[in-house]
Design a protein around this ligand. Sequence first.
Ligand code: FES
Length: 189
Amino acid sequence: MPTSDPPPPPSAPLAPLDSEGAGTSRRTLTLAVVVGSCAIAAAAALPAAAFVAAPIGSKGAAGRWVRTLRLDQLTEGEPKRVAIVDDRRDAWTIERGVELGSVWLVKHGDKVTAFSSVCPHLGCSVNVAPSARAGFACPCHTSAFDPEGKRKSGPSPRDLDALATRIEEGFVAVDFRRFRIGIADKVEA
Ligand code: FES
C-alpha cells in the first residue's frame, strides 16, 4: 500500500476586515483626501485673495511719470501749459486716459523745468504773467512768481511747486505729484 503524505494543513484563512478596521481605513482615506483638497484649494485661492485684497492704487501711489509733448514742441524759455493725462486709480477701479491736472513746462536747451499749475495759496490755476516772460501770476489773489517759479508778491506762502522731468524718446515726461496748499512747506498731499 503506497503511503501518501498527509495533506498540508489548510493555510490560515485571511482574517476578514472587521467592520471597525474597514471604517478606520475609510476615515483615514477620507481625511487624507479632504486635507489634500484643502491644501490645493488654499494654494489656488491665495493669489486671488491677495489680488482682491490689495487696492489697485496701492503700488506707487505717491507719484507717476507721465509723458506729455515732444521736446521739440517747446520754444526756448517760453512757458507752455500741458495737460497731464493718465489712468486714474482709486482703491478698486481704474479709469483710462483721464486728465489729472496740468503743469507748466519751460525749455532750457535740452532740459525742461516743470511747475505745478496749482497755486500754493488756495489752489487756483496759475497762468503766465501778462507781460512777456515775466513769470507766472495767479488771478485769484494776485500772487506773482518769477520765471523760475520764485514767489515775488501776493499771499502765496511758497514758490511754485517744481516737478521733476526727464526726456523719454524725445518726449517730456513729468513726475506728477500734488502738494498741500496754504502752507509754507512743500508737502505732498
Ligand atoms: S489762490 Fe492763488 S493767490 Fe490765492
